[in-house]
Design a protein around this ligand. Structure first.
Ligand code: ZN
Ligand code: ZN
Ligand code: FE
Length: 755
């Protein structure tokens, strides 16, 4: 007897060849029905004997391509159709999802690229329904070849046959191509032979080559050559930030780094992010690849071009985004020629246009699971599904640094690609352009526009320039907390620990060590970090010795003795005097609550480093200085005197100075410092629970990129429900998602979102 079932599958199941796979399985098992995409994933109507359907469902769950998050079915009373069909129509609700993220090369395509008998042999643009470019070639909707940058490459008969055959792996895959009909590589200036082989020879000889990829250009060089890496740093004017390194495969990655099974899974996963892992010392990477850190960002090839290039060079390659520091990644060939020619010795280009810029994503394993630090290529535009629909479409414009935006309607939220720091005029232009494109591609027409409270963020100005919409200002740390709520489907109330460098509070001061209590619509500030004077304002973020001095003088309630502190051996006494006057007179010395600043200041003090070459450099070095062994913790008590409790860093700073004067190793000082923050965070949460009751705990803000801190707090609060950001970055790169939730939650309110 024939039974019917409607099977709903969610997860990463679109644009990965899921429907053709289901079609083939259905035909193998003799199941009738149809499969289609919907707003949440894939829906299958299946008709066969109940026992056959049991097998069908079991194999779906166990063997299907992509990543099945959830599979549920209900009985269906409809009459069984004849045969099995793929419904490729794009119903209104599904339109938005019809453009998947770019997908890394699948094993079947790789095998063809390596097979001399196959027509895709050595072809750098081989792809199929399971893999290849998607988002970065989409020009418009519906997502069909004519609406992609493959429009200029008509299919040859062999490719056309595969495209139209439902039994073929290339059925309905828009970007497919072969050497006869597809894009071609070219080297500028041209070499004596094949473009790829010539580029590889240049790289082996220590040259810097700009390589056009999926969502932009990389600057590549031999990662084992100190001279090549030094040249790249000098030309890029990037003197300290680590470079990502592409390696041929997992075995090569193991040669350079210590990898846990979770890290291997992340590195080799379909999104192919830059994965931060612990470097093996003496493994052959030039030191200048990632100075100042025991970590390195590794990534595996994600296009056939990268696979072929890595094989031809047979060395790990630095693959850093093709830009001068702080400019967005280059997109157009002409633009690339102008901007990259001074940086590169040659350009390896191809003639498939890039429709949308998209940088590499960055991720790391924290507490045994992946945490995304930059959500871009491989993820965008896959939506985050919200626990409940929002009443009106929302655009959230994000923060000033590490900017991303978010468009949301119904129960889906689309985070845009990584835009970067908006201080740069090019980045600002890119943001405006990327928002416009994304609104078109996902068909969201925002009625609410959410922005940060900070009036000077360029994203805020962009938001306020838009007319005919309702503007909603969202407090920065409330958005950090809400981002995790959105991602994890939490309704609240939650206890949200939001720790970062700085974000404007409704009281006009810079917050950043917050314990908030509330939900998406409203929150209350329960506690913060005792403020730190930032003498000279933002200049202190680089001149970190100023933060150290402010911490010391606060801890000593007056001018602290500086003798015996290595940091102040390098700082002229006159500078110290001037700074003390500024702080005492409260002149250009705003008091900030950012935990990130405490890392800067104590790091500067203990490492003896007066200046950070980029924001957070000393804080990161300080983080990496810690040893994992248990060395105890410095005191970091809760001061309950005011209406908002404060973590009081004065006893901690005094204890750090005692240890430094006693000649204790910095690794131990750093470990005790980290432990103090972990215990301080846990103590704050427990103290809050005694007043507001037990609630889920959410950790957000850039400080929770710090693995020791994040894992420590999760472990310490083991008895509670604790949520870390996973699918969106904990830092400002995830802020826009939180802004969406808060704006939707408080559309009708007028008071400040957090007080
Ligand atoms: Zn493929
Ligand atoms: Zn072809
Ligand atoms: Fe922040």
């Amino acid at each position: 007897m024939t039974a019917g079932r409607r099977i709903a599958v969610t997860g990463t199941v679109q644009g990965v060849g899921f429907r053709p796979w289901v079609y083939r399985l259905a035909r193998t098992l003799g199941v009738a029905g149809r499969v289609r995409n919907d707003a949440r994933g894939v829906v299958i109507d299946a008709f066969a004997a109940a026992a056959v359907l049991d097998v069908f469902v079991a194999r779906l769950g166990a063997e299907a391509p992509g990543r099945v998050r959830d599979l549920a079915w209900q009985a269906l009373d409809d009459a069984a159709p004849v045969g099995f069909a793929i419904d490729t129509s794009t119903a209104a609700g599904a339109v938005a999802l019809s453009i998947p993220p770019d997908l890394s090369t699948c094993p079947a395509c790789l095998a063809e690229v390596a097979d001399p008998a196959d027509r895709h042999y050595q072809y750098p643009f081989t792809s199929c329904t399971y893999c290849g470019p998607r988002f970065t070639i989409a020009v418009d909707l519906p997502y069909d070849r004519p609406a992609t940058t493959m429009a200029g490459f008509p299919l040859c008969p062999a490719c056309a046959r595969e495209y139209h055959d439902p039994d073929d792996r290339r059925f309905h895959a828009q970007p497919i191509a072969c050497p006869r009909c597809g894009p071609q590589l070219a080297l500028e200036p041209p070499g004596p032979g094949d473009a790829l082989a010539d580029a590889a020879a240049l790289l082996r000889a220590g040259a810097i080559v700009a390589v056009k990829g999926l969502g932009g250009y990389h600057l590549a060089c031999d990662a084992t050559s100190a001279a090549a890496v030094a040249t790249l740093r000098a030309r890029k004017r990037r003197d300290a930030k680590p470079f990502a390194v592409m390696v041929a495969d997992v075995a090569a990655a193991r040669g350079l780094a210590w990898l846990t099974p979770e890290e291997v899974a992340l590195l080799a996963g379909p999104e192919r992010p830059i994965t931060l892992v612990t470097r093996r010392s003496g493994a052959g990477l030039a030191d200048a690849v990632a100075p100042d850190t025991p970590q390195v960002g590794l990534l595996l090839p994600y296009t056939p071009l990268h696979h072929l290039l890595l094989a031809a060079v047979a060395r790990p390659l630095v693959m850093t985004s093709g830009n001068v520091t702080d400019e967005p990644i280059a997109q157009l060939d002409d633009d690339a020629r102008t901007r990259l020619a001074p940086l590169a010795d040659a350009l390896l280009l191809h003639d498939r246009p890039i429709a949308t810029r998209c940088d590499d994503s960055v991720a790391q394993v924290v507490a045994g699971a992946p945490m995304i630090l930059r959500r871009s290529r491989g993820h965008v535009p896959r939506p985050i599904v919200l626990a409940r629909p929002i009443p009106q479409p929302v655009l959230a414009v994000g923060a000033q640094l590490k900017n991303t935006f978010c468009l949301a309607h119904g129960d889906v939220a689309y985070l845009g690609p990584h835009v970067g720091d908006l201080d740069n005029p090019l980045a600002f232009e890119f943001l405006a352009e990327a928002i416009e494109r994304m609104e078109r591609l996902v068909r969201v027409r925002p009625e609410l526009v959410a922005h940060d409270l900070h009036p000077d963020y360029l994203s805020t100005r962009l938001a306020l320039a838009r007319t005919g919409v309702t503007h909603v200002a969202v407090q920065h740390h409330h958005a950090h907390v809400a981002a995790v709520m959105a991602e994890r489907g939490l309704r609240g109330p939650v206890l949200g620990l939001a720790w970062d460098g700085a974000g404007l509070g409704p009281d006009g001061t810079a917050w950043g060590g917050e314990l908030l209590f509330g939900d998406a619509a409203h929150c209350t500030r329960l506690a913060t970090l005792r403020p730190i004077a930032l003498a000279g304002g933002d200049a202190a973020v680089r001149q970190v010795w100023r933060i150290a001095l402010a911490l010391l003088d606060d801890a000593w309630a007056g001018p602290a003795p500086l003798d015996g502190l290595a940091l102040f051996a390098d700082v002229p006494a006159a500078d110290v005097r001037v700074l003390r006057q500024l702080i005492a007179a409260d002149l250009n010395a705003p008091r900030v609550h950012g935990v990130g600043r405490l890392f800067d200041g104590v790091g500067a003090l203990a490492l003896g480093r007066a200046v950070a070459r980029h924001e957070g450099q000393v804080a990161q070095a300080w983080n990496h200085a810690a040893t994992p062994e248990d060395h105890g913790a410095y005191p970091l008590p809760i001061d309950r005197a005011g209406p908002v409790w404060q973590l009081d860093h004065r006893p901690l700073v005094r204890a750090v100075v005692d240890d430094l004067r006693a000649g204790r190793p910095t690794a131990l000082v750093s470990a005790r410092f980290h432990r103090a923050l972990v215990l301080g965070a846990a103590a704050l949460v427990r103290a809050a629970i005694t007043t507001v009751g037990a609630h889920p705990v959410v950790l957000g803000g850039g400080c929770f990129q710090n693995r020791a801190l994040a894992e420590g707090v999760v472990r310490e609060l083991g008895e509670l429900e604790v949520y870390l950001p996973r699918a969106v970055p904990p830092g400002d790169g995830g802020l826009a998602l939180g802004q969406v939730l808060v704006a939707a939650g408080r559309a009708e309110r007028t008071s400040a979102s957090c007080a």
